[in-house]
Design a protein around this ligand. Structure first.
Ligand code: T4K
Length: 382
């Protein structure tokens, strides 16, 4: 089999959303050598143990259990909390959030978003609670924390579990605490397209010792010890090579966030005076990772629709993405299984027509950002 040469890969001038960052490459190579020499590739080896310890210390959380990806992390969390019936989840999210529930036999009840935050609107929670509701799954979209206080208050009032899909929110702080410390548990994704990645991977963070114990069992087929299975389980383990990548990325975490922030500020400066183009803002009170450059295009104030702009950028080799179009409620199997939910989320529908995500991360230079913004400015001028 002929592999693509290094020259071919580097000559691809396309700018992508989600181009992987690489942390400390020398460290990664050394750790990889250790893995090969030790012949210990998975099943809670030294790399995963070290990665877990690093995550717990950084997040100041009692447990942060590495898993093979964020989606399986959400499934394991749902099983470990013994969720059933219905779970309230935003329709504006990556489809993995409702898929993880549906896969576990739980019906996702789609809740609308607050247009000013893109996160689920807590004022809409109570009208969606039924006797079948077992939990609320909040999603920290773009790494901007949900209104965790309101969500938890309502969950406590109705005796519901709360967990958060924190796939976008590694490295973010909210009300003085790191994301990872809210609800019954929070689930991170360390997928290649996330600014902090382990190729594929994720982690479940919790301060609940009993829940952590169950999660540890469940991600390893329910094994308590050799030959001793005491629980339903799956294969949710992170491999050693993935944990090594996590350690190498962690070594450069501050730099990765600094680059995201620099890029965000550059986009902000270039886009701020263009009518109809609005870059999302990150709160000064919370600490952000700035990993998503999400802009809203208001076609009434601009000369162009979101889709026209996206295709214009694609023509110039800039692979902008319209995450999370058209909204989970309009994707299968949900639109067929739950047609009555399709008209319940008007703010999500409106946002899905407006949002465009632009490239950022270590591979995107400030001059590339200037070029992207120039195209946007030219295209949107009335
Ligand atoms: N919850 C939320 C809110 C999420 O956003 C996600 C994942 C999850 C849960 C689930 O977590 P995981 O189970 O994935 O750990 C991508 C990612 O695959 C997905 O992980 C991510 N969210 C989502 C927002 O984005 P796609 O469909 O956009 O992937 P794809 O293949 O089109 O890649 C995006 C871009 O990245 C492409 O333009 C090319 C570039 N890319 C991608 C990969 C994999 C690279 O340059 N190199 C690469 O290795 O979903």
């Amino acid at each position: 089999m002929k592999l693509t040469s290094k020259k071919d890969i580097n000559s691809d001038k396309t700018l992508h959303v989600g181009r992987p960052n690489i942390g400390n490459i020398d460290m990664f190579k050394k750790l990889t050598d250790n893995i090969i020499e030790s012949r210990w590739f998975t099943n809670s080896g030294q790399m995963v143990k070290a990665f877990e310890k690093t995550l717990c210390e950084y997040l100041n959380v009692r447990h942060c259990i590495p898993v093979c990806n964020g989606t399986v992390g959400l499934q394991i969390a749902s099983q470990a909390m013994e969720l059933k019936g219905e779970v309230i989840v935003p329709a504006f999210t990556f489809v993995a959030s409702p898929h993880a529930l549906q896969w576990e036999g739980i019906k996702p009840i789609f809740i609308d978003i607050d247009p000013s935050t893109h996160n689920l609107d807590p004022s809409k929670i109570e009208s969606l609670i039924s006797e079948k509701t077992s939990a609320i799954l909040g999603v920290h979209i773009w790494g901007r924390p949900c209104n965790t206080y309101e969500i938890q208050k309502l969950a406590d009032k109705h005796n519901l579990k709360v967990f958060f899909d924190a796939a976008h929110a590694f490295g973010c702080r909210h009300n003085g605490r790191m994301i990872g410390n809210f609800g019954n548990c929070e689930v991170f994704s360390f997928h290649a397209t996330k600014f902090f990645n382990t190729f594929e991977g994720g982690a479940i963070a919790t301060n609940d010792d009993d829940l952590a114990h169950k999660i540890r069992l469940m991600k390893n087929f329910g094994f308590e010890s050799m030959d001793h299975v005491i629980h339903i389980g799956t294969n949710g383990k992170m491999s050693e090579i993935c944990a090594a990548m996590g350690l190498a990325c962690f070594d450069k975490l501050r730099d990765l966030i600094a680059v995201n922030r620099l890029n965000y500020n550059a986009y902000y400066e270039h886009l701020r005076n263009i009518p109809g183009i609005k870059l999302i803002e990150y709160s000064n009170q919370d600490e952000a990772n700035y990993q998503y450059i999400a802009v809203e295009i208001d076609e009434d104030k601009s000369n162009i629709t979101r889709d026209e702009l996206m295709y214009r950028l694609h023509d110039q080799n800039i692979r902008a993405r319209r995450y999370f179009y058209p909204g989970c409620h309009k994707m299968e199997p949900y639109k067929t299984l739950y047609p009555s939910q399709i008209h319940n989320v008007p703010c999500t529908d409106a946002l899905c027509k407006r949002i465009l995500v632009l490239p950022t991360g270590n591979t995107v230079t400030l001059s590339a950002i200037k070029k992207i913004c120039k195209i946007i400015k030219k295209s949107s001028k009335k």
